[in-house]
Design a protein around this ligand. Structure first.
Ligand code: FES
Length: 87
C-alpha cells in the first residue's frame, strides 16, 4: 500500500494492493474522469507534484515517464510510500 496526498483538496488516502489510484480517489469522494481504465486513452491523467511514479500505462514516452510530472491514475502506482497529486 502507499499513500496519495491530494494537494488541492487536502485529502490523504491509502491505496491498497489491487486498488487503482483512480478507484481510491473516487472512494474518497473525488469525481475523476476516466474512459479505458487500461492505461491507453489518457483521460485519467493527473499532475504529480511529489513522489516517484511506477508508470504502468501504454501512453507516456520514456522521456515523459522520466519527467515524472504526470501519471495515469487508472493503472500507475507509486514506487515509494507516497505520491502528492495536483488535485
Ligand atoms: Fe484511459 Fe486511464 S482511463 S488511461
Amino acid at each position: 500500500a502507499f499513500e496519495v496526498v491530494c494537494a488541492q483538496s487536502g485529502l490523504t488516502l491509502k491505496v491498497a494492493p489491487g486498488v487503482s489510484v483512480l478507484q481510491a480517489l473516487r472512494e474518497a469522494g473525488l469525481d475523476r474522469p476516466s474512459s479505458c481504465e487500461q492505461g491507453v486513452c489518457g483521460t485519467c491523467e493527473c499532475r504529480v507534484l511529489e513522489g516517484e511514479v511506477d508508470h504502468r500505462d501504454s501512453i507516456l514516452s520514456a522521456s515523459e515517464r522520466a519527467a515524472n510530472d504526470v501519471m495515469m491514475t487508472c493503472v500507475s502506482r507509486a514506487k515509494g510510500a507516497r505520491l502528492v497529486l495536483d488535485i
